[in-house]
Design a protein around this ligand. Structure first.
Ligand code: SF4
Length: 207
């Protein structure tokens, strides 16, 4: 799992602040004004903190990379085209989004949807780590390579990591495609079929 760089005071401040939040509402309140990443803080509209489940402990968590334009403008995770496809595939797999925590590694949209920098991932990790502690999902679905690397390590290869649960801090972590890849490769592409197959497998473990 990605840890804050020891030399990065901003990452350490985020981790300290997040660790002191006693519950989801308190964490969201202190995360929303976060300016630990100057470029992202200057260009974002919202810090997309994430969605907790409708009630109680989540059955599983969905963790993506970072918000896109729709998420940035609404402040909600996975509400754009990727989110719509994710909702569709969750339903086809027999999973309900309302039972999930929906999170991202990085809470602010990178300009032009660029890949988040390592320093941004390191700084934002404190929020995600505390979210996982507070919500305590038994199962995590890591959507895309960035998320898979956050949980499983920087040398993770998605094709090798898929198809089985990885124990990470007592949670079953499943790595799969990001829905944006499923959109990019089209309805007959391998990522869409793979994402649906992986979600169906996860659903089977939750039954
Ligand atoms: S990406 Fe995360 S750490 Fe960086 S400014 Fe946004 S909320 Fe703060």
């Amino acid at each position: 799992m990605t840890r804050p760089l020891r030399s990065d005071a901003a990452a350490e401040e985020v981790a300290r602040t997040a660790a002191a939040a006693p519950d989801w509402a308190a964490l969201a309140a202190v995360a929303r004004p976060c300016v630990a990443c100057p470029e992202l803080a200057a260009t974002r509209q919202h810090v997309v903190v994430g969605d907790p489940p409708a009630g109680g402990r989540p059955r599983f968590a969905l963790v993506g990379e970072a918000p896109g334009a729709s998420e940035d403008s609404t402040g909600r995770p996975f509400v754009g085209k990727s989110g719509q496809l994710l909702d569709q595939l969750l339903a086809e797999a027999g999973l309900q989004r309302a039972e999930a925590a929906v999170l991202n590694i990085v809470k602010c949209r990178p300009p032009g949807n660029r890949t988040p920098k390592a320093s941004e991932v390191a700084r934002c990790s404190g929020w995600l780590r505390r979210q996982l502690e507070l919500l305590d999902p038994p199962v995590v679905v890591a959507l895309g390579l960035s998320s898979a690397k956050w949980f499983l390590g920087p040398r993770t290869v998605l094709a090798q990591a898929r198809g089985r649960a990885h124990d990470v801090d007592g949670r079953a972590v499943w790595a799969t495609y990001h829905p944006s890849a499923a959109i990019r490769f089209g309805p007959r592409g391998a990522p869409r079929a793979g994402l649906l197959a992986d979600l169906t497998t996860v659903a089977g473990t939750l039954a």
